[in-house]
Design a protein around this ligand. Structure first.
Ligand SMILES: [Zn+2]
Ligand SMILES: [Zn+2]
Length: 672
């Protein structure tokens, strides 16, 4: 039998073992690069029962996409066994996303009688890290970042006992043999006598100091030190599953303000982690659908309506009726939140616009100016994964950021596709790779504005091509010639050219430029499993149009192959180009000018007009009249910005969508 899908790292082989031995069948099971491969032999009626029960009783977190079986002549196996994984063949098995701590592990974590009592890395075949520890396929411990932790006798017994919940749980660990936490603070404030590490069974290999940072506690002491620091208003960088978080007391306005200043993030909402659903209900209005999402094994951030007097500082999500909230999703977070028992801001460990930090030595560098201290651990993170963000629209979950808990699960393509690497656009970049009928979506990478972000983009592409061991036949990129992703695609072709002397090199990948809004339409078609033709209404901020102007309020009719632009917003001008994106007041003036001409510059009763000095207004009038540095656009995002500015909501913005979000929230309070 060949089984494909999300069948590795979910306890599938132990399940097969128990099922086969229970039915007195012999043979073997193994993981290969396609999924799971089984040979069973025995009584024919029992074999039929095995075939029926296997898909019906498979572990709940497994996802079977294909199941094929063939009848063979008996070999005469004496036992049923789990064989070593085979690494050969095309890599099409699904890599599981990271899974939030399961109920069984959580109970053990807080059970003083359990041998993993308060161990921050407890996990089993039903939960724990996956995507963020996998370095290669198939999913086996030597191919994960756990390979340097040798199982202690007790963990080894669990790992090899088919009746155990931790049978072949690749990240299996305990306080004796597994990863440990350590607490670092500035050398000059660390006290020598704080370094006692009572309760630590295995010394970590962490150095005493790293530059300005000094290890002042380990194990249980480290956890307590981090909690103490957060309680006192400090900013603590905590190494989690897919990267670092910056944690502060969400009730403390001064602490939140300091975080905003150091992170250079003046107003964009910050996410909050809360100990339990009960505590969360004090902050937000929770529907059963929202509770289901929060408690799912993806454990995303969910945007929920904020209660009045929610008990978190107003600066956490200023002027915003929503709050982004999540529950603890690793044992370390559970322990920390239980210790604190109040909501904490848990925002990505990065400077604004940079990707999340994953390595502690890099974190000391990059986050050293933001964090007051660090709670780190020595389980390496194979790749970054930010927290995913969802909200509910008409009771249905909609992903705003797809990363931890979801990536890299594929989207099903309508038919088998050639291997295409799609490198995405400039803002909120992700990449995608099609293999057969699967389209693997990368985790959220971010805006390709900074060098670290572009590095992360290149790393994710290299990582995907290596993990799935493929060379793309084509590279799809945005039509915009200046996007870094477009430039990368062009240079990738160039790189291939340089070693064309190698007779065995794969043929040159084809470059496929895609118009931004056509890509939106095609993505929407695949997402809804229809092939079209369809009429797509694409309301967007910015996208390079076929005529070289900035599109964004488009009606496109067609399918994934071809579209026709049947209608669009009436074009207007963006005085100052990029400056108009940061200053919606410029858009407001441009919109008015389209309708009423130069007289609008005297309309002092309008906030956006009033905000410009006499001389600035004259300059804007000249720019608009002569068309100097005033690119033409049909952008719906800019129209929202302009209207928000006209209403006096936001004359300037500090992050993309700020004005449009304010307009939406303002409108939601009124019936039309
Ligand atoms: Zn578990
Ligand atoms: Zn152990």
């Amino acid at each position: 039998m060949e089984i494909a899908g999300a069948v590795q790292g979910v306890g599938f082989r132990p399940f097969v073992y128990r099922l086969a031995t229970g039915l007195h069948l012999t043979g073997w099971v193994l993981n290969d690069t396609h999924g799971v491969f089984i040979e069973v032999e025995g009584d024919e009626a029992q074999l039929h029962r095995f075939l029926e029960r296997l898909p019906a009783e498979a572990p709940a977190i497994a996802r079977i996409t294909h199941l094929n079986h063939t009848w063979l002549a008996p070999v005469g196996y004496e036992h049923f066994e789990i064989r070593h994984s085979e690494a050969a063949g095309a890599r099409t098995t699904l890599i599981l996303p990271d899974l939030a701590t399961c109920a069984d592990c959580l109970a053990e974590l807080f059970d003083p009688a359990d041998r993993r009592y308060r161990y921050p890395f407890i996990n089993c075949t039903h939960c724990g890290p996956r995507f963020t520890i996998i370095e290669a396929l198939p999913y086996d411990r030597p191919n994960t970042t756990m390979r340097n932790f040798t199982l202690c006798p007790e963990c080894y017994r669990e790992y090899t006992d088919p009746g155990d919940r931790r049978f072949h749980a690749q990240p299996n660990a305990c306080a004796v043999c597994g990863p440990q936490v350590a607490f670092y603070e500035k050398s000059n404030c660390a006290l020598e006598n704080k370094s006692s590490s009572i309760g630590l069974s295995s010394p970590s290999d962490y150095p005493r100091t790293d530059g300005a940072w000094m290890r002042s506690a380990e194990g249980e002491d480290a956890l307590r030190a981090a909690a103490r620091a957060i309680r006192s208003g400090a900013i603590v960088a905590v190494k989690g599953l897919g990267g670092f978080h910056l944690l502060v007391d969400a009730r403390n306005p001064a602490a939140v303000q300091r975080l905003r200043e150091r992170k250079q993030r003046p107003t964009k909402p910050l996410a909050v982690m809360v100990r339990s659903l009960e505590q969360l209900a004090e902050l937000c209005e929770i529907t059963p659908a929202a509770a289901g999402l929060l408690q799912s094994q993806a454990a995303p951030i969910v945007l929920l309506p904020k209660r009045l007097n929610a008990g978190v500082a107003e600066t956490v999500a200023p002027d915003n009726p929503y709050l982004g909230v999540m529950l603890p999703y690793t044992p370390l977070h559970h322990l920390l939140l239980a210790e604190l028992n109040f909501p904490v801001v848990a925002t990505s460990g990065n400077l604004t616009d940079e990707p999340i930090c994953t390595d502690e030595w890099e974190a000391f560098e990059r986050l050293g100016a933001i964090a007051d201290c660090f709670l780190i651990h020595n389980r390496p993170i194979a790749r970054h994964a930010d927290d995913s963000v969802l909200w509910l629209v008409d009771g249905q979950p909609q992903l705003l950021r797809r990363a931890r808990g979801y990536a890299p699960m594929p989207v099903r393509a309508p038919q088998s596709l050639p291997t295409i690497l799609a490198v995405g656009a400039h803002l909120k970049n992700t990449v995608a790779l099609s293999i057969g009928e699967q389209i693997f979506l990368s985790q959220h990478i971010g805006d390709l504005e900074t060098t670290p972000a572009f590095d992360a983009f290149q790393r994710v592409i290299a990582d995907f091509l290596r993990l799935y061991a493929v060379q793309p036949a084509a590279i799809a990129h945005d039509l915009h010639p200046e996007y870094l992703s477009t430039k990368w695609a062009n240079s990738a072709i160039g790189l291939n050219n340089s070693d064309s002397s190698d007779a065995h090199s794969s043929p040159q990948p084809l470059l496929i430029p895609v118009q931004h809004h056509h890509a939106h339409l095609a993505a929407c078609l695949v997402d809804n499993a229809i092939s079209g033709p369809a009429l797509g209404l694409i309301w967007d901020g910015t996208g390079y149009g076929l005529d070289g102007t900035i599109w964004g309020g488009e009606c496109l009719l067609g399918d994934a192959a071809n579209v026709q632009r049947v209608a669009h917003l009436r074009p207007f001008r963006l005085p100052g180009g990029e400056a108009a994106v940061r200053e919606p007041r410029r858009v407001a003036l441009a919109l008015l000018w389209e309708l009423y001409g130069d007289e609008i510059f005297t309309w002092e009763w309008l906030a956006p007009v009033r905000s410009f000095a006499e001389q600035e207004r004259r300059l804007l009038a000249t720019m608009l009249a002569k068309g100097v540095n005033t690119p033409s656009t049909t952008s719906m995002g800019r129209l929202f910005d302009g209207v928000a500015a006209l209403l006096g909501l936001h004359l300037r913005v500090t992050f993309e969508g700020e004005a449009a979000v304010a307009l939406e929230h303002g409108a939601a309070r009124h019936e039309t």
